[in-house]
Design a protein around this ligand. Structure first.
Ligand code: NAP
Length: 291
């Protein structure tokens, strides 16, 4: 057991600080930054994510625009919407909420977004810039995790960092950021084909779980005194609350927390900081239009 209680990496509190900072920056602008979101179909989780993003804009003083398209929207029609947004000078940044319906090729859509407005940072140009350590839009979740690491002064230089999950939106870009200067960590990127996953995790000074398997990381996989960051957000049934579900992380929080130096909860950890990442990128996009 850890001699001191673990520090909670409080994403809600940190996000509130960032919102205040962005709100102050926004108040100084005559014309306000504008974020647009394109939502295709009626997936419940996607709808609520987009609504949160619109609400965040309102809170910090951004303008926002929601474009809702039916599930059967053709790829050609979505590409036309993207072309319109690329040309629309009143929109500084926009996102196309993923996942898209199966008949639409996500890579084609992402590649059609003007990189200067791609505030999700998913365009191949941004992925390449990230690899090369050049400025670009960093995807919101890795950005939020790095902001959290910075805020809580978690040492990364020379640290053993294990990341479970190699997706293009979380694990892989995060592995690049944390292994590059100035973070200078020694990163192990784990995935479903990794062997000896537990041994890799046990070496980690910082363990980041981003695989989408609730409660996957158990206490026997965590080194005493490690920092644990939980990215996972899976909806699990919970009939004790009216909506019938709650969010569960990839870490067995109750069992793992006592072994850690610091740990992020779910909800209230990485999620709120991901939302700040999008606001941050929108502000940066705005500044490129209004230098
Ligand atoms: P994803 O695209 O499904 O990728 C999952 C990754 O986990 C893959 O690389 C997969 O390996 C790996 N994986 C799956 N099962 C594994 C296992 N048993 N052992 C080791 N690795 C395994 O997921 P994602 O989009 O990155 O999201 C991951 C989780 O984070 C989800 O719960 C998602 O909801 C959550 N998320 C949260 C936020 C937030 O703001 N809090 C943002 C984004 C995502 P392979 O590559 O070999 O298949």
């Amino acid at each position: 057991m850890s001699s001191n209680p673990p520090k909670l990496l409080d994403g809600n509190a940190l996000a509130a600080l960032w919102k205040q900072k962005i709100k102050v920056a926004c108040a100084a602008f005559d014309q306000k930054p504008c974020l647009a979101a394109v939502l295709v179909g009626s997936d419940g989780a996607s709808q609520s994510y987009v609504q949160f993003k619109m609400k965040d804009c309102q809170e910090v003083g951004f303008q926002s625009k929601l474009i809702q398209l039916p599930e059967n929207t053709s790829q050609a029609s979505l590409l036309q919407t993207i072309e319109d947004l690329n040309k629309d000078a009143s929109v500084h940044g926009y996102i196309v909420q993923l996942p898209l319906p199966k008949h639409i090729d996500e890579q084609t859509i992402v590649a059609a977004i003007d990189p200067t407005k791609d505030v999700d940072g998913f365009h191949p140009l941004h992925a390449g810039r990230l690899m090369l350590g050049r400025p670009g839009f960093v995807p919101a979740t890795p950005w939020g995790i790095v902001a959290m690491i910075d805020h809580y002064n978690i040492p990364t230089e020379g640290a053993e960092i294990a990341i479970i999950g190699r997706s293009h939106i979380v694990g892989r870009p995060l592995s690049v950021l944390l292994s590059s200067s100035p973070k200078n960590g020694t990163v192990t990127l784990l995935h479903s084909k990794s062997k000896n996953l537990k041994e890799h995790c046990l070496r980690a000074d910082i363990l980041i779980a981003a695989l989408g398997k609730p409660g996957f990381v158990t206490a026997d996989m965590v080194k005493q005194g490690a920092v644990v960051i939980d990215v996972g957000t899976t909806r699990v049934q919970d009939h004790s609350i009216a909506r019938g579900w709650r969010l569960k992380g990839d870490v067995d929080f109750e069992q793992v927390a006592p072994k850690t130096k610091a740990i992020s909860p779910v909800p209230g950890g990485v999620g709120p900081m991901t939302r700040i990442g999008l606001l941050h990128n929108t502000l940066e996009a705005y500044k490129t239009f209004n230098p």
